[in-house]
Design a protein around this ligand. Sequence first.
Ligand SMILES: Cc1cc2nc3c(=O)[nH]c(=O)nc-3n(C[C@H](O)[C@H](O)[C@H](O)COP(=O)(O)OP(=O)(O)OC[C@H]3O[C@@H](n4cnc5c(N)ncnc54)[C@H](O)[C@@H]3O)c2cc1C
Length: 294
Amino acid sequence: MSKQLDTQEIWDMIIVGVGPAGLAAALNGRIREKRTLILAADRTPPRLQKAPLIKNYPGFNGITGEDLYQRFYQHAHDMGVEFRAERVENIYPGANFTVVTRSNKIYIGRTVILAIGIQQNRQLEGERELVGRGLGYCATCDGPLYRNKDVAVLGETPEAEEEVNFLAAIGRNVYYFPLYEGDIKVDQKVDVRREQPQAILGEERVRAIALPDREIPVDGVFIIRTVAPAERLIAELLQADGAIVVDHTMITNVPGLFAAGDCTGKPYQIGKAVGEGLTAAQSAIHYLDSKKEA
Ligand SMILES: Cc1cc2nc3c(=O)[nH]c(=O)nc-3n(C[C@H](O)[C@H](O)[C@H](O)COP(=O)(O)OP(=O)(O)OC[C@H]3O[C@@H](n4cnc5c(N)ncnc54)[C@H](O)[C@@H]3O)c2cc1C
């Protein structure tokens, strides 16, 4: 599939994630008049929206997560932050960052701030070993390898339904395991299973999905998660104990790349996410200024 360059422009800051960390980073970028873009997976709301009642965010005692989110979002919007509903798939460092989305668009940024929240579910048995050997995370990217083959998709989010439909058009048997509630809108050809896969089986390559009482033979498996593990987005990124390693200025080990919010570790709280978003933006501005002087 050919990739499209969305615009010819280069953004000063590309922020991945529209939760409190991403929004705080973005509006601080705009205060310093940086060209700031937020890319966020639109059908996966930030965790903030799920908080029923917030009692520990100063000045907003008893507000709901949804109300606070709307206030944060409106503030960033009013400051001129630009938004695109895009799930980021890969980030490549270089003179500038090349950010590739699941819809195969490319955005170029001088700096990138990761504000992607945390991955709540653990990896499945066999997942780590079989990545790249029949197991992938983006059907629209790797799906063509499974033309006329049997393939299974495990989806944590309704966004996975588009990927399933893409596979339905080219695969032989397509099994879909939705791991969320609600209606499923997929091609009639797809075999939808409301079961919880236990493991991905295979030695050299994927050979089957293990269910509690049987196995389903498949040639390939795609897992579509709400939050991609950060190391999948950017291979060079240093992590420890499931969190992105940053210093107190939110600098990662990759020059020009910063991280903020839940993805940098505990405590998983709004106040921390907002403070880190601000700090990451200021560090990104400092980095941009230092490159201008060089
Ligand atoms: C039920 C509940 C109650 C809570 N109550 C409180 C409370 O009372 N007080 C408190 O302080 N905290 C509370 N929290 C925690 C708080 O919501 C989080 O700490 C906060 O939302 C973290 O902000 P964040 O910006 O780091 O991540 P998130 O809010 O999780 O946002 C992450 C964003 O990244 C996006 N994203 C992820 N991967 C990609 C990708 N590959 N491409 C594009 N976008 C991507 C997601 O779509 C999302 O927009 C609660 C959380 C929950 C779930």
